[in-house]
Write a protein that binds this ligand. Structure first.
Ligand code: NAD
Ligand code: GLY
Length: 361
């Protein structure tokens, strides 16, 4: 297949292409043409390195680009300032100057760490995203949010920093554990719910093929997801309003992740349950009907995703974690809810009593 789709994120001089296809890592020129100077650092992890580091190294060798590698330990628990410091240490030790390029090869954890390090090293160096999970191909590699977790809150330290390009090789999804593929499908389904009822219907028709790793279908799902995300980010790069709709289910989801312990519930799994909670509250508010719940729950179940929060979580635990969400203003918990299937709103104008009912349900 090779490059099947090229999509541009239109952000003026911070704009960039997203390449979607297969065997992209073997196209040496695709990577090297986006490297700035004569040096690069590839940041990856211990799971992805044995699978996909070699072609990236070969691409850099072919273009005579000096390169170093940093192989982080795998896991959300390593998305910390200590990992960012490890990236900076290596860049400094090996004398990478402001012309260097940081290349993130891996899922959202690697991308978020490497992107943040690139944003602060010598006040910002060139950065390339090579996402290898479905979640990172449809969400985290696009749009420029980078950062790490603080013990008191997820993604609380970071920067907006756009990559030079995104290379989404669908073939890398063949080695992804099924549970991680499902977690990525949660974010894909999110785009249908918030912006595009036709895409939601397309997902209902094709979810089995996506779960079975049909490459054409996956490329199409990544394309539409990135188109929706790019459209939102182009209008509101730094999340002063609209961009927050991309967080449907995330306020509830972040609480689930934090309370259950990072990594025990995958981000996408927590978002799936969180989206059902946002739908539940939207129904209680009278904004959408039961049919949206039925269709969403059926689709998430077919994607092998949870449709409810863990039974042991209390409303108090939710409220405590939700209180430190980045969307909140002056202590008010802002939520992304649905006006209808395919249209979201960001609001603090909901009935607090109904929220408590959702959290208790
Ligand atoms: P991840 O990076 O932890 O990857 C999931 C697992 O898959 C890891 O064990 C990883 O090593 C492994 N893996 C990666 N590629 C593989 C492959 N091709 N084959 C086999 N195994 C592979 O998780 P993720 O779901 O990619 O990303 C989640 C992270 O992204 C969270 O930290 C979340 O906060 C963040 N995120 C950021 C944004 C953003 O806009 N920056 C958006 C959404 C999520
Ligand atoms: N994942 C939400 C955003 O990028 O804004």
């Amino acid at each position: 297949m090779h490059i099947k789709h090229t999509l541009n994120v239109d952000l003026g001089d911070r704009g960039y292409p997203i390449y979607i296809g297969t065997e992209l890592l073997d196209q040496a020129d695709l990577i090297s043409r986006h490297v700035n100077g004569r040096s690069a650092l590839v940041v990856t992890n211990s799971t992805v390195a044995p699978l996909y580091l070699e072609p990236v190294q070969k691409a850099l060798d072919a273009a005579n680009i000096r390169h170093d590698e940093l192989i982080l330990e795998d896991g959300e628990q390593h998305k910390t300032l200590a990992s960012v410091e490890a990236v900076i240490d290596l860049l400094l030790t090996n004398r990478h100057d402001r012309n260097t390029t940081v290349i993130a090869l891996g899922g959202g954890v690697v991308g978020d760490i490497a992107g943040f390090a690139a944003s602060i090293y010598q006040r910002g160096v060139n950065f390339i995203q090579i996402p290898t999970t479905l979640l990172s191909q449809v969400d985290s590699s696009v749009g420029g949010k980078t950062g790490v977790n603080h013990p008191l809150g997820k993604n609380m330290i970071g920067a907006f920093y756009q990559p030079r390009c995104v290379i989404a090789d669908i073939g890398t999804l063949n080695t992804l554990p099924a549970r991680e593929l499902s977690a990525g499908l949660a974010e894909v389904i999110k785009y249908g719910l918030i912006c595009d009822a036709d895409f939601f219907e397309w997902l209902e028709d094709n979810i089995a093929d996506l779960s079975n790793l049909d490459q054409d279908m996956l490329a199409q799902a990544v394309l539409v997801s990135c188109q929706i995300k790019a459209r939102v980010v182009e209008q509101d790069e730094r999340e002063s309003g609209l961009r927050a709709i991309l967080n449907l289910g995330h306020t509830f989801g972040h609480a689930i992740e934090a309370v259950m312990g990072y990594g025990n519930w995958l981000h996408g799994e927590a978002v799936a349950a969180g989206m059902m909670m946002a739908i539940d509250l939207s129904i209680r508010q009278g904004w959408i009907g039961e049919r949206v719940r039925e269709r969403s729950s059926a689709l998430l179940e077919r994607a092998v995703l949870p449709t409810a929060a863990p039974a042991e979580m209390t409303p108090e635990q939710f409220l405590e974690t939700m209180a430190i969400d980045k969307k909140n203003v002056d202590g008010e918990i802002k939520l992304v809810l649905l006006n209808k299937l395919g249209e979201a709103c960001i609001t603090d104008d909901y009935d607090h009593e109904l929220l408590l009912q959702t959290l208790s349900a």
